[in-house]
Structures are given as structure tokens and as C-alpha cells.
Design a protein around this ligand. Structure first.
Ligand SMILES: C[S@@+](CC[C@H](N)C(=O)[O-])C[C@H]1O[C@@H](n2cnc3c(N)ncnc32)[C@H](O)[C@@H]1O
Length: 266
């Protein structure tokens, strides 16, 4: 999945920061998104959560019915063109009796062909991202889907807000938090995740969850932007800085690198 805030370009900096012995720990991710860290680590046991129900249902279909997802994607991929994108989007939003593997295939299709891999819905919950401009998008990657299916075998998937890890995390779990980032400036407050943004009150509730899991002796790692508000929230924990490529900026001059924090309790 192409996902806003995806961590694939930061893996080389994140992997060395994992706790010693993490191979044997259960991997817990309450803001799963595209799951770059999970798919790079391939842990045997995992608990993966996200507030986006369509995303979670897509992973469930890939885990449990990958052949049917692939068959639907073959058809969607063969017929792809820009006008077709809008037909699929319409059916995805309004179609009746679409089963889970087909819905998952449509979700992957829209993700691969929409503008910048964004996921945005309107107030009625309808996916409303316009078509992207790709000459030949890779819509079906069968080998990748089958690899994802294998890696998800030991994973429990849950839809809901991050607080639910409070009832699930156990001592010795490794928990990676990758929330929507605190904006670096007022104009950068662009959150394209799901209905409703993720504001300061959410960041504070997240810090409280972090502190509670610290008391529970989980191993914790969290990513966020390097801004004073976040540094203050996590002042009593260990903070490292990494350099990240700026994800979205229409102004080419502002693309460059931006620093992010990684907060750990070990
Ligand atoms: C920065 S992205 C995670 C990116 C991911 N690490 C990757 O590599 O693709 C943040 C994710 O948090 C989810 N999210 C937003 N608010 C949430 C909440 N309150 N609880 C749980 N997940 C939430 C979004 O749907 C999004 O997938």
C-alpha cells in the first residue's frame, strides 16, 4: 500500500533503534497504515490496529482470501484507464453486495491509481480522491500480495482508535506508535488520514497511553515530528533525531529533509 506517512524510506534509520531481542517479542502497531516496519521485520506474532475500517478489512481479506483478491485485481488491472478509475470509485462508494475480497481489491486498485496514494473520505464516508497521473501503475503485484498473506498469518487485526492497545498490550511486547504527526507549522496542518484530524488533545492522550505501557514494561518506540510540543510531552523518555525526506510539498524548494524524533523507553 502507498500510504501517507509511510515509513519505507526511514527503515534504515529505524531498524537499528529496535530493542535488543525484539525478534522474540510480539509486534504491536496501533497506527498500522501501510505497515512498513512490520513488513520489514516479519515478526511471528503481531497485533495490528488502525482506525481506518477499509484498510483493516483489506488486510483481513489479503490474509484470509488472497486468491480471490488477486483474481479481482487481475480484472481491475487489465481494464485500467482513467475513466475506469471513476467507475470503480463510484461502485466502491455506492455499489451493493460487494464481498470482502472484491472490496479489498478495489481498495488496492484505488490506492495504486489515485492521486499520490491518498486516502480521503467526505462527510458521508465516500472515498473522493481524484485519479492520479500514472502511465503504467503497478496495480497487481501477485508475489507481494502472497508474501503479505504469509506475513499476516500470525497477526491479529483490529479496527479502532489507538487507546485499544491499553486492553491488549502485555509486558514484553514491542509497541511501535506512528501517529499522524503534529504539524511543523500552522500551514502544514494537512492531515489526510480519516474523518477528523489528530489534534493536540489526541497527542496528549497518546502520551498518556505511552506512559501507561511504559509502567507495564512494554518496549516502546514512537515517531513524530521534531517540534517543542512533542519534545515536552516525552521529555522523560529517550529522544533520538532522524532525518526524513519531506513527504508532500507542492513547492519543490521546500522538499529537502526534515527532522523527526524517535522516542524510546529503553
Ligand atoms: C503515519 S500513518 C502510519 C504509517 C505507517 N507506519 C506506514 O509505514 O505506512 C498514521 C495512521 O494512523 C491512523 N490513525 C489516525 N488516527 C488514529 C487513531 N485515533 N487511532 C488509530 N489509528 C489512527 C491512520 O489511519 C494512518 O493509517
Amino acid at each position: 500500500m502507498k500510504w501517507v506517512g509511510g515509513k519505507s524510506r526511514l527503515l534504515a534509520q529505524l531498524l537499528p533503534l529496535l530493542p535488543p531481542g525484539s525478534e522474540l517479542m510480539r509486534h504491536v502497531e496501533p497506527f498500522f497504515g501501510g505497515g512498513a516496519l512490520f513488513f520489514a521485520r516479519r515478526p511471528e506474532r503481531a497485533l495490528l490496529c488502525d482506525v481506518n475500517p477499509s484498510l483493516v478489512a483489506t488486510y483481513e481479506a489479503v490474509r484470509d482470501q488472497v486468491d480471490r483478491v488477486i483474481a479481482h485485481l487481475e480484472r481491475l488491472s487489465a481494464a485500467h484507464k482513467v475513466e475506469r478509475y471513476y467507475e470503480v470509485r463510484h461502485r466502491y462508494n455506492h455499489g451493493k453486495r460487494i464481498d470482502q475480497p472484491e472490496r479489498a481489491a478495489m481498495f488496492v486498485y484505488l490506492n495504486k491509481t489515485c492521486f499520490n496514494g491518498l486516502h480521503r473520505v467526505n462527510r458521508r464516508g465516500e472515498f473522493n480522491v481524484p485519479a492520479g497521473r500514472y502511465d503504467n501503475p503497478r496495480i497487481l503485484d501477485e508475489g507481494l500480495l502472497r508474501a503479505a498473506q504469509r506475513m499476516l498469518q500470525g497477526a491479529e487485526l483490529r479496527c479502532g482508535s489507538f487507546e485499544q492497545v491499553l486492553t491488549a498490550a502485555k509486558p514484553g511486547d514491542f509497541v511501535y506508535f506512528d501517529p499522524p504527526y503534529e504539524p511543523v507549522s500552522a500551514t502544514a496542518s494537512f492531515t489526510a488520514y480519516s474523518q477528523g484530524g489528530f489534534g493536540r488533545a489526541d497527542q496528549e492522550r497518546l502520551r498518556d497511553v505511552y506512559a501507561e505501557l511504559d509502567r507495564r514494561r512494554c518496549k516502546l518506540m514512537l515517531s513524530n515530528s521534531d517540534v517543542p510540543f512533542i519534545r515536552e510531552l516525552y521529555a522523560k523518555f529517550r529522544i533520538d533525531v532522524i532525518a526524513a525526506p519531506r513527504a508532500i510539498n507542492c513547492d519543490a524548494k521546500k522538499r529537502g529533509l526534515v527532522s523527526e524524533v524517535v522516542v524510546r523507553n529503553y
